[in-house]
Design a protein around this ligand. Structure first.
Ligand SMILES: [Zn+2]
Length: 277
């Protein structure tokens, strides 16, 4: 009887060991990488071409140049999770108001606003944060330097856009780069200068390859090509250092560079509602 109990105990323990081993092997087998896709969302109504010589160079570089500026947000799908990058202007009566909200545009991609796990802001300016509050359950990812500006009511009296994160919403203030999904496919890049906590975004797509979204590191092609610094940037030296780093990343990763405010770059991605993969 004792013997039989012992051998049965041995059998159980062998089974347990086998189950444990199998579980360990399964845990070590890499999961299928999540599919990543990217689309541009129209996040404001374009005004007539801007005379960029006025404010966009502190060296009088673009005298008389007119550029059609646009307002862009982006959606990145990572498996079932969604990151919205920049949130444009809010829907309003203003001439710059987008005709459809980001949740409405997401609907046309078959995505629900509730799927948005992260809202990433390139920076704190009004044409990038206008619709953030439509995603109160999302984790807000923002450079610390810009969160410090936004969250200080003395500097930013109108805090409506970030209200959910001033009252308990989850906010992650970034001091360096941020690997959003932990697999290297979507990286928020530390690119200060336009504002103290300004960020750009790297998206590594399987088919299209690497894509770099500038934020407002540069506003238009001529600005990017000549390392131009707008007169309203907060830090000239930091801007130039960020442009240098950005261009080296673009070169090393053979990335497609998309300047978010330049109409000429819209066609670098498939036409909405198609997504780049
Ligand atoms: Zn902007």
């Amino acid at each position: 009887m004792t013997l039989s109990l012992r051998s049965s105990a041995r059998a159980v323990s062998a089974t347990t060991l086998l189950v444990t081993l199998t579980a360990t092997v399964e845990a070590q087998t890499p999961a299928t990488p999540a599919a990543v896709s990217l689309a541009r969302l129209e996040c404001g109504t374009n005004q007539p071409p801007t005379d960029v010589g006025q404010r966009f160079s502190d060296t009088y570089a673009y005298n008389g140049l007119k550029v059609q500026l646009v307002y862009s947000c982006y959606v990145i799908r990572h498996g079932d999770d969604v990151l919205v990058w920049d949130t444009g202007f809010p829907k309003s009566n203003a001439p710059t108001s987008p005709k459809e909200t980001i949740p409405e545009l997401l609907g046309r991609l078959g995505l629900a606003a509730a799927q948005v796990k992260y809202v990433g802001l390139s920076h704190s300016h009004g044409d990038h944060i206008g619709q953030a509050s439509l995603f109160p359950a999302a984790t807000l990812l923002v450079g610390k330097g810009d969160w410090d500006v936004l969250s200080d009511a003395k500097i930013t009296p109108n805090q409506a856009s970030i209200a959910p994160w001033l009252s308990g919403g989850k906010v992650e203030t970034l001091t360096g780069d941020k690997d959003v999904f932990g697999d290297g496919s979507v990286i928020i890049l530390n690119m200060p200068g336009h504002t103290p906590g300004h960020r750009s975004l790297l998206v590594r797509l399987k088919g299209m390859g690497n894509v770099l979204l500038t934020g407002d590191l540069a506003h238009f092609h001529e600005n990017y090509d000549s390392n131009g610094v707008p007169s309203f940037n907060t830090d000239r030296a930091a801007t130039l250092a960020s442009i240098d780093r950005f261009k080296q990343i673009a070169k090393n990763l053979k990335a497609t560079v998309i300047i978010q405010h330049d109409q000429r770059d819209i066609a670098k991605l498939p036409l909405f509602p198609q997504m780049a993969k």
